[in-house]
Design a protein around this ligand. Structure first.
Ligand code: RNT
Ligand code: ZN
Length: 423
């Protein structure tokens, strides 16, 4: 049977009946899904390269592997690639930019010199495309970050350089938020740490807290910019100690009323962020998620439909947290078509949210309260093969984006016509 409009609609009607039987309103779920915006990370499009053109290595414990042809090398190419990816994803979303993606027109502009005007092209394009923007200061891929320390550096002049970068980044984020009339989340992640066992674990953390307090001193309306801080367990070259650990930033975010960013790839391999959402939201107003996938030593594989992705989505829906949790993506894979990577990761994230929105919550909660864990388990397992795909296909149809893997036809055409012509 072909996946034409008629068949997709009738599969949807059947699915609607199956869900209605267990008290789930499918059209309400679809409505809810359409209100979720995912922030696509610009850096999947060019292997975290940016447009400073200084020839600086990536560093900061980040590594991108693969040499798939056709990566974006200019802001216009990256915008065109993001637009292409967005055209294959249902819903209205956002773009998450790094400071190193400014438009510097060939003149070197150091990190402590960036200004809103260097991001005017992105702002104009976002207005035109109806997208929100998010932002990140870039504390890596720079000579003053090559020894693996930035805001926690023992040298005051180097700390001040990076503080100034953070201050300017917030001003740029504020400009984005006010021009786009949608708060811009400015997320601070720094690579600071040590490869081997430190002699002093305390002083770098004291310096980091002080640097952050200076960086955040200027106050902005939460309607234009929201600050977030991202923790990490370890990185390449910071295996033994990371200054900005989970405890560090949890404490910082609670006492300074900042948003905490939980990256799914930044914890021990059996530790999951899905279990941290309900706890941290008891003490924080909002969270930012970096939806990613850790694989062994890497924290940034393309997001697939894992148990953890589904659990994250379930937490957001079950706890009614969608208005307090901002969903960003964070992965970089240079071994596959980069646009496909965005499409796969974003569609999966939306699909996982849809699956969570289709849960018969009353039924599951009742079983749990009645200590009927047998029923709870039986239903949780059964739901995994409920007709989620039929609802997803219908949602794609409704949103005028390709059904199933048909989006691959568009990606292949774009690859032939655009990507393969790039040097
Ligand atoms: C690094 C953090 C951070 C980066 C981006 C590029 O481990 O996850 O979010 O991935 O800033
Ligand atoms: Zn991250």
């Amino acid at each position: 049977m072909p996946a034409n409009t008629e068949n997709i609609e009738s599969a949807y009607r059947l699915a609607e009946c199956r869900y209605a039987e267990i008290g789930v309103d499918v059209s309400a779920a679809i409505n809810k899904l359409s209100s979720v915006s995912i922030s696509l990370h610009c850096w999947q499009g060019d292997d975290v390269g940016g447009f400073e053109n200084t020839g600086q290595r990536l560093g900061g414990g980040l590594a991108v592997t693969g040499n798939y042809p056709g990566k974006a090398t200019t802001p216009d190419e990256l915008r065109s690639d993001v637009s292409h990816a967005l055209s294959l994803i249902p819903g209205r979303h956002r773009l998450n930019l790094h400071a190193s993606y400014g438009e510097f027109a060939g003149t070197p502009v150091d990190r402590n010199e960036i200004e809103p005007r260097h991001f005017q092209g992105w702002i104009d394009w976002a207005i035109e495309s109806g997208l929100g923007l998010d932002f990140n200061p870039t504390f890596f891929a720079h000579p003053l970050a090559n020894d693996g320390l930035t805001l926690a550096h023992p040298d005051r002049a180097i700390r001040d350089f990076w503080i100034e970068h953070g201050v300017r980044s917030r001003q740029i984020a504020a400009q984005m938020g006010s021009r786009l009339k949608s708060p811009c989340i400015n997320n601070v992640w720094i690579p600071d740490g040590y490869k081997d066992t430190p002699a002093d674990r305390l002083a770098p953390r004291q310096r980091l807290a002080a640097s952050l307090d200076t960086l955040f001193a200027e106050s902005f309306d939460a309607a234009v910019v929201k600050d977030s801080v991202e923790c990490k367990l370890f990185g390449l070259g910071s295996e033994s100690y990371v200054v900005g650990s989970h405890e560090f930033y949890l404490g910082y975010a609670i006492t300074r009323r900042k948003m905490l960013c939980l990256d799914a790839g930044h914890f021990h391999p059996t530790e999951v962020i899905s279990d941290k959402i309900s706890s941290t939201l008891l003490y924080l107003d909002e969270l930012l998620l970096h939806v990613s996938r850790g694989v062994r030593w890497d924290s940034d594989h393309v997001v697939t439909m894992t148990d953890e992705l589904r659990a994250i989505a379930q937490e957001l829906v079950r706890g009614d947290f969608l208005s307090r949790v901002h969903i960003g993506l964070d992965f970089f894979d240079a071994s596959i078509n980069r646009i496909a990577a965005w499409v796969i990761g974003t569609r999966n994230t939306l699909k996982a949210l849809l699956a969570a929105m289709l849960e018969p919550l009353d039924l599951l909660r009742r079983a749990e309260l009645e200590k009927d864990y047998t029923t709870r388990l039986a239903w949780m397992e059964e739901l995994k093969t409920y007709p989620i795909g039929a609802v997803w296909d219908f949602y794609c149809l409704q949103n005028n984006v390709p059904i199933g893997t048909r989006w691959m036809d568009d990606v292949r055409r774009y690859e032939r016509e655009v990507l393969s012509k790039r040097k």
